[in-house]
Design a protein around this ligand. Structure first.
Ligand SMILES: NC(=O)c1ccc[n+]([C@@H]2O[C@H](COP(=O)([O-])OP(=O)(O)OC[C@H]3O[C@@H](n4cnc5c(N)ncnc54)[C@H](OP(=O)(O)O)[C@@H]3O)[C@@H](O)[C@H]2O)c1
Length: 303
């Protein structure tokens, strides 16, 4: 297969490397040439192109059998979201109209689920998020699902939970830096997926995902913040983070969702088996890696 990965970063790079090892011809896109050596070392052919610029896309060496869109908005503001996700996807659909791939996989986000009551959500649950950035992601999905319904593009949407793994995992990093806070009573639910599993899920979606379908890409265990930190504290022999103050809580609460994202469809339809079914296995590996590299500096609990 000739495979194009747009957004060859934390997820795209190991995805590309895995595809190269499996014998595919892989092209990786980033906006600049920075990191081109890393891509080339993995056997990926690097291209500098910006998904927000149709002229850049037009220069890519079509046709491709598989396309993966895993660009990420680096700044995170509403305007950048609109440019990178919504308009970027629109450009992609228009560009691929002349040479449609056998499959396109887009890595969206579970943030499209706006539920705040801790409900279990599956792919058919309402996607009515309060935040403006998540609304843009709902619109982006719609572009792809409409294109698939009209048989213009064989697109599959993945709704990806919080990605963790080597050097990643927002709460874990905060915890190691002693900057973590437990919000509310710690009852907010966290949904996660290890980067290696996300790579596996994307491959499964490229091979077996049905065009026009949405799959939640999340592991088996949604976990409350409190349980997550308790496990980390016990595993690392480090104290629990403090509870956030009311003022901090009030500030953070805006736009925060609370839901348990289910992965049954992914497992049933794509037959995906997780390498790290829960954060416990994934973080056990990451903690071991940090220990082996001498990078864990756990301070004893103050008396
Ligand atoms: N991180 C999470 O917890 C999370 C949660 C849900 C969903 N996701 C989604 O998962 C996917 C993979 O995320 P990731 O962690 O691998 O992101 P990442 O490490 O930030 O990689 C994104 C890549 O996209 C490139 N890029 C950014 N803007 C671009 C543009 N306009 N045109 C072309 N390339 C561009 C970046 O390279 P340059 O900056 O050099 O261009 C980078 O290599 C993304 O779609 C993200 O939205 C992530």
């Amino acid at each position: 297969m000739r495979v194009l990965i747009i957004g060859c970063g934390y997820v795209g790079l190991p995805l590309g490397a895995t595809l190269v090892r499996a014998g595919h011809e892989v092209f990786g896109v980033r906006r600049s040439c920075a990191g081109a050596d890393q891509l080339a070392a993995a056997g990926i052919q690097p291209f500098a192109a910006d998904i927000t610029k149709p002229a850049d896309l037009a220069r890519l060496p079509t046709p491709f059998d598989w396309v993966v869109n895993c660009v990420s908005s680096t700044k995170g503001g509403v305007e950048e979201y609109r440019e990178v996700y919504l308009e970027g996807t629109r450009h992609l659909i228009e560009w691929l109209a002349a040479c449609p791939p056998k499959k396109l996989v887009y890595t969206g986000s579970t943030s499209v689920y706006g539920q705040i009551d801790g409900a279990a959500v599956k792919e058919t649950s309402p996607t009515e998020p309060a935040s403006d950035t998540s609304k843009i992601l709902v619109e982006t999905e719609k572009l792809l699902l409409d294109a698939a319904a009209q048989k213009r593009l064989l697109a599959v949407v993945l709704r990806v939970a919080g990605i963790y793994g080597e050097e990643r995992g927002h709460l874990f990093q905060q915890y190691l830096r002693d900057e973590a806070r437990i919000t509310g009573k710690g009852e907010r639910i966290i949904n996660m997926i290890h980067r290696d599993d996300l790579v596996g899920v994307i491959l499964a979606a490229l091979k077996n995902g049905r065009a026009g379908e949405v799959y939640n890409a999340v592991d088996d265990e949604p976990v409350t913040q409190l349980h997550f930190f308790r496990w980390l504290a016990e595993t690392l022999g480090k104290w629990m983070p403090p509870f956030a103050t009311d003022a901090e809580d009030a500030q953070r609460k805006r736009g925060l969702t609370n839901k348990k994202v289910l992965n049954r469809k992914l497992k049933m339809e794509l037959g995906y088996q997780f390498k790290y079914p829960t954060f416990r296995q994934g973080y056990t590996d990451e903690i071991r890696r940090l220990e082996d590299a001498g990078l864990l500096n756990i301070q004893p609990e103050p008396r």
